[in-house]
Design a binder for this molecule. Structure first.
Ligand code: ACO
Ligand code: ZN
Length: 439
């Protein structure tokens, strides 16, 4: 995990102009809920006059890319100069979806008939039985939807406040232009940038394409700094020590944060090793993803952050990186677990990996096997084995004890659902000494 001192970071898009009466109705979109009759349209205009511009915090339905309306909350607003003097754009969070889908929208995407004014009457939360305002209850529900259960309310509020609006919208990296997912706290001199240009080898980032072109002429790296510890045909893994390659480590963290939500960034990368996966060709080794790992972890974390860059996702590289992290743990003769919280996509990838590895063993194994034995064979922490098998309903309570149920047909069904693994990690091709022994 990588941390940034959020208190020093500023959002660049947060203009928060004071609410004023709407003076420009000429750009009116048709009322989405209106059937076009004059009285209805007049009522719509009157309502619009009283609610526009929308306040930050407003809840309303918004037309998404699927063409359907979904509930959103207004996170920020800014004046849009091509419209009238009081025409605003709104940065919205779709309350049913992950924050990576937050975006700027125009007024005509919003169904103003659905604008909600917050009623502060108390409602009961069915899970906790606590009485709370609708707003508090919704906050808890949203938190659960997004899988942020492990953050307390105060940290979640703080996190959302500082990271509410994406600052960098796109990056250029190698041959790809990539849309970003989340806020990343780049240094203040990048506050006005919405696009950054990265050198794909040293990961230095620049404000302008010409700067990158000049940089590429003199940058002599053709692969990540550090040692190549694995090579299988065109796939390579490099180990980069954050202490020896501080700038690279920090650049990688800035870049990764654009796609990782609940990870804070440490400028202090000394404590981490970075394992960078590359696709290699005659132009060099191009980063496709990475994971970071603390040099020493009291909590037996074998992975802090994992990322596959968006153009390379869904090709099995996430599974490869996860498998690789356990391969390192096996060499260290330790069990490992990923640092929490896991993102939605992180959890899916881990669940898939754990299921495949454990069920493959159960399928082949004859006779009894314990969780401890499974853990020794796979380097997967016992708790993760237990939760995986429990979620697949493979643990049963019989004659006073818990047993693993390994009906071959049931195992096959789960294995099929877990999908295929990524490229194999050939342990014989891993040339690596654990950090402790290196030092
Ligand atoms: N939609 C649905 N399922 C998905 C998606 C998606 N967009 N992406 C991955 N999955 C699931 C699928 O089950 C997939 O298996 P399948 O393709 O066989 O169905 C499985 O995850 C893994 O797929 P891979 O191709 O091996 O993984 P990928 O290379 O896409 O990387 C990763 C997965 C690393 C989680 C990637 O989505 C990513 O970088 N996300 C952004 C950063 C992030 O969330 N990292 C994890 C944070 S938690 C932590 O760092 C400890
Ligand atoms: Zn460079």
């Amino acid at each position: 995990m990588v941390s940034i001192d959020n208190t020093n970071s500023t959002t660049v898009n947060g203009h928060g102009a004071a609410a004023a009466a709407v003076d420009d109705m000429s750009t009116d979109p048709p009322a989405p809920e209106s059937n076009g009759s004059q009285p209805e349209f007049d009522a719509y205009r009157r309502r619009k006059l009283t609610i526009l511009p929308l306040e930050v915090g407003t809840r309303v339905n918004c037309r998404w890319r699927d063409g359907k309306y979904h509930p959103v909350k207004v996170i920020e607003r800014r004046k849009h100069f091509s419209g009238g003097s009081n025409y605003y754009e709104y940065y919205v969070h779709y309350t049913e979806f992950n924050r990576r889908l937050d975006e700027w929208v125009h007024l005509d995407q919003l169904d103003l008939g659905s604008v909600e004014t917050d009623v502060d009457d108390k409602v009961e939360d069915k899970v906790t039985g606590l009485k709370m305002t609708r707003h508090q209850k919704r906050k808890i529900d949203e938190t659960h939807i997004e899988g942020h259960e492990e953050l307390d309310a105060a940290s979640l509020r703080e996190h959302e406040e500082f990271t509410k609006v994406k600052n960098i919208a796109t990056i250029e990296l190698g041959k790809y232009e990539i849309e970003t997912w989340y806020f990343s706290p780049f240094p203040p001199e990048y506050n006005e940038c919405t696009k950054l240009f990265f050198c794909e080898f040293c990961l230095n980032f620049m404000k302008r394409k010409e700067q990158l072109q000049r940089h590429m002429k003199k940058c002599d790296l053709k692969h990540p700094p550090g040692d190549e510890i694995y090579r299988d045909k065109t796939l390579s893994m490099f180990e980069v020590d954050g202490k020896k390659n501080k700038i690279y480590g920090q650049n990688l963290c800035y870049l990764a944060k654009l796609f990782l939500d609940h990870k804070t960034l440490y400028y202090d990368v000394d404590l981490f090793l970075f394992y960078v996966l590359c696709e290699c060709d005659d132009r060099g080794c191009h980063m496709v993803g990475y994971f970071s790992k603390e040099k020493q972890s009291e909590e037996s974390y074998n992975l802090a952050c994992i990322l596959t860059l968006p153009p390379y996702q869904r090709k099995g590289y996430g599974k490869f990186l996860i498998a690789f992290s356990y391969e390192l743990s096996k060499k260290e003769a330790k069990v490992g677990t990923p640092e929490r919280p896991l993102s939605d996509l992180g959890l899916l990838s881990y669940r898939g990996y754990w299921t495949r590895v454990l069920l493959d063993i159960l399928k082949k194994h004859k006779g009894n096997i314990s969780i401890k034995e499974l853990s020794d064979m796979t380097a997967i922490k016992a708790e993760d084995i237990l939760t995986t098998l429990q979620s697949l309903e493979l643990i049963q309570y019989r004659k006073g004890q818990h047993v693993i149920c390994a009906d071959p047909k049931v195992l096959d069904r789960h294995l099929k659902a877990a999908g295929r693994g990524g490229p194999d990690v050939e342990s014989s091709k891993l040339i690596w000494t654990p950090y402790k022994e290196q030092n």
